[in-house]
Structures are given as structure tokens and as C-alpha cells.
Design a protein around this ligand. Structure first.
Ligand SMILES: [Zn+2]
Length: 130
């Protein structure tokens, strides 16, 4: 699939906008999480004098943010592929990613088959890791 400059430009703008939005959401989540959790942590620490709860809460916040981070990573990759001229080509198998898929997921860098395979692998890995 050949992408003309106009379309490339439009895609870049769209991806950058999505990036900003996700960053904003992530920041808000951190803020929300911090205020609510911190209060609780302070209360717990006052009761138990147990500082380990702070480490625990940081794990939770990382998990919450990892979804945002994953999307951001995908957007970065899509932007890189736009620059390299490989946008719309599956990173895994080299097949063209169907137009309809790119319309729904403009930052898709894998075709559907490969994406499903990767998600299955990731699920397996995270289950194994506990
Ligand atoms: Zn593929």
C-alpha cells in the first residue's frame, strides 16, 4: 500500500493527538491514584507502622498505567513506521494490514492474525509470571 504525503501527514497528526490524549489520561490517573491511595497509606502506616504498603501501592499504579504505556509504545512505533515508509505493513509477517483495520486502529503495526498470536503469548507470559 502506498501512502501519499497528505495521508501521511494526516496520520501523523492523528497519532500525535492520540499520544497527547493518552499522556493526559495517564497523568490524571496518577494524580487520582496518588491522592486517594496516599491518604489510605498514611492512615495504614499510622496504624501499623508498616512501610511495606507503600511498595505495594506503587505496584498497583504501575499495573494501571501499563495499559497506557502499551498504547503509547504502539503509537510511537506507528509514527516510526510512517517515517520509514513501512506503515501499514505487518511487523511480524510482512503482510499488508487491511485498510479497515487501520481505520479502527491507526496505530496497528501487526495484522490481526499476528496481533492475536502476540496477545496470546503475552497472556501466557503474564499468567506464568503470576
Ligand atoms: Zn502479520
Amino acid at each position: 500500500m502506498k501512502i501519499d504525503e497528505l495521508r501521511k501527514d494526516r496520520l501523523k497528526k492523528m497519532l500525535n493527538k492520540m499520544k497527547e490524549q493518552i499522556l493526559q489520561e495517564a497523568k490524571e490517573e496518577i494524580r487520582k491514584f496518588q491522592t486517594a491511595e496516599r491518604r489510605q497509606i498514611i492512615e495504614t502506616v499510622m496504624d501499623d507502622a508498616d512501610l511495606s504498603v507503600i511498595d505495594l501501592s506503587e505496584d498497583i499504579s504501575l499495573k494501571q498505567l501499563s495499559a497506557h504505556r502499551d498504547v503509547l509504545k504502539k503509537i510511537e512505533q506507528a509514527l516510526r513506521k510512517l517515517d520509514e515508509g513501512t506503515y501499514g505493513v505487518c511487523e511480524m509477517c510482512g503482510d499488508e494490514i487491511p485498510e479497515e483495520r487501520l481505520k479502527i486502529l491507526p496505530f496497528a503495526i501487526y495484522c490481526r492474525d499476528c496481533q492475536e498470536r502476540i496477545e496470546m503469548m503475552e497472556k501466557f507470559e503474564s499468567e506464568e509470571g503470576g
